[in-house]
Ligand binder design. Structure first.
Ligand code: UDP
Ligand code: GLC
Length: 391
């Protein structure tokens, strides 16, 4: 299958890590268009995937949460859609992996008469988006042939906003199990902890980009109630949340956590870092669309605590394969984390069950089978998509 993939960002956030896995089986005959240069481009190059960067004009880049789409931006959108439409002529369909990419792709799809697939990674509510973006999402929904959603929670929000039910497919993120196979030894784990400036006290890790809705500040408050426990925050701000990152540094000082909490920025050795942690915590305060880090923690064989909103509710069976606690509540987080540390045998059993379930539910083979089915069926009736997409 020849696919033209389109994504607006070249940062390595969860949606783009998911895209790298989605592309893999189709990589030889496909092409990726990105609207900026960055680490995702390097990852694509290292996999020898044909990639082109089309820079967006500032007036499109500046369409943000609450803004209207000005006329000049609409003109730029049409120009870029024409460019993508001429690329699309050589492919079976367009696969858009983000909202701006999808907006341009549905316009390009019309011009090139090609079906458009939209992989929706976001929960479309006012908690996450502005009104203009939600309006754009409705337009994209009407004109996409197939919509893939990363969780039931994402699907529910889409259906509440747009009432679309036809050709909406649940495709969970999938993971390569060999990356999470533990090759560490006591010595290597100790060495890594030492390198991070941490000692042998229990260690809780939070992984993910730094953003207010990811709730790392709640984690710091919970840790301030646990004097013998260390914390590591792994990740960086990606979409302009530098002030929040500085605020977290300030919170660490203010709560007196300097000697036991480290912020180590963006890392590529996530499985190794997870192995040195005793618990993986996920702390989002707004509904998480999916939550790759939760599955990664389970695959690493660690007890995982996540906030009970959106994707985590689907991933974790509370008390069986991990623990769920209410979002934005440092006291609840503190007691859940303490309960896990105080019951090591039950916690290891829960972590083992979590690992087994994660291996079964989130395998790459399973995802590829599902993608192939969706794509093949859609291509058998190619006009179905772009002429009468929504139900
Ligand atoms: N991640 C990473 N390095 C970091 C922090 C996070 O590679 O320093 C990865 C993490 O392993 C996960 C992804 O970034 O695969 C985050 O995805 P998730 O779905 O949890 O959240 P998102 O940022 O997409 O909302
Ligand atoms: C988005 C979501 C995240 C999800 C990822 C991959 O970045 O915020 O919850 O795990 O996409 O689908």
């Amino acid at each position: 299958m020849k696919i033209l993939f389109v994504d607006q960002t070249a940062k390595l956030s969860g949606g783009e890590l998911a895209l790298l896995d989605v592309i893999y089986p189709y990589r030889k005959e496909s092409k990726v268009i990105l609207f900026e240069d960055g680490p995702l481009h390097l990852e694509l190059q290292s996999r020898h995937i044909d990639t082109r960067i089309i820079h967006l004009s500032n007036n499109i880049k500046n369409i943000r949460r609450a803004s209207r789409i000005p006329l000049s931006s609409a003109f730029s959108l049409i120009q870029i859609s024409r460019d993508i439409a001429s690329e699309a002529a050589n492919y079976d369909f367009i696969f858009a992996n983000s909202q701006k990419a999808a907006l341009v792709s549905v316009l390009a799809g019309k011009l090139a008469r090609k079906p458009v697939f939209w992989y929706l990674h976001d929960i479309l509510t006012l908690e996450h988006f502005g009104k203009t973006q939600l309006m754009a999402a409705k337009y994209i929904t009407r004109h996409s042939s197939q919509i893939l959603v990363n969780s039931e929670a994402t699907k529910k929000a889409l259906q509440k906003l747009t009432s679309r039910t036809k050709n909406v497919h649940l495709v969970y993120n999938a993971f390569c199990k060999k990356h999470y196979t533990d090759h560490s030894t006591t010595d290597s784990r100790q060495a890594l902890r030492k390198h991070l400036g941490l000692d042998s006290r229990p260690l809780i890790g939070v992984f993910g980009r730094l953003a207010p809705w990811k709730g790392q500040d709640v984690f710091l408050k919970a840790l301030s109630l646990m004097p013998d426990v260390q914390g590591v925050i792994v990740g960086s701000s990606m979409f302009g949340e530098e002030t929040y990152a500085q605020r977290l540094e300030g919170d660490i000082q203010q709560l007196g956590l300097q000697d036991r909490v480290k912020m180590i920025g963006f890392r590529k050795d996530i499985p190794e870092l997870m192995q040195v942690c005793d618990i993986i915590a996920h702390t989002s305060v707004a509904p998480e669309p999916f939550g790759r880090v939760i599955v990664e923690g389970m695959l690493a064989g660690k007890p995982v605590v996540a906030t009970a909103t959106g994707g985590p509710d689907e991933i974790i069976e509370n008390g069986v394969t991990g623990m769920l606690c209410p979002p934005g509540d440092p006291h609840a987080l503190h007691s859940t984390l303490s309960a896990i540390l105080n019951a090591p045998d039950q916690s290891s059993l829960m972590a083992r069950r979590g690992q087994e379930i994660a291996l079964e539910r989130f395998s790459l083979d399973g995802m590829y089978k599902k993608l192939d089915e969706i794509m093949s069926v859609s291509l058998l009736s190619p006009t179905q998509g772009f002429l009468r997409a929504s139900a």
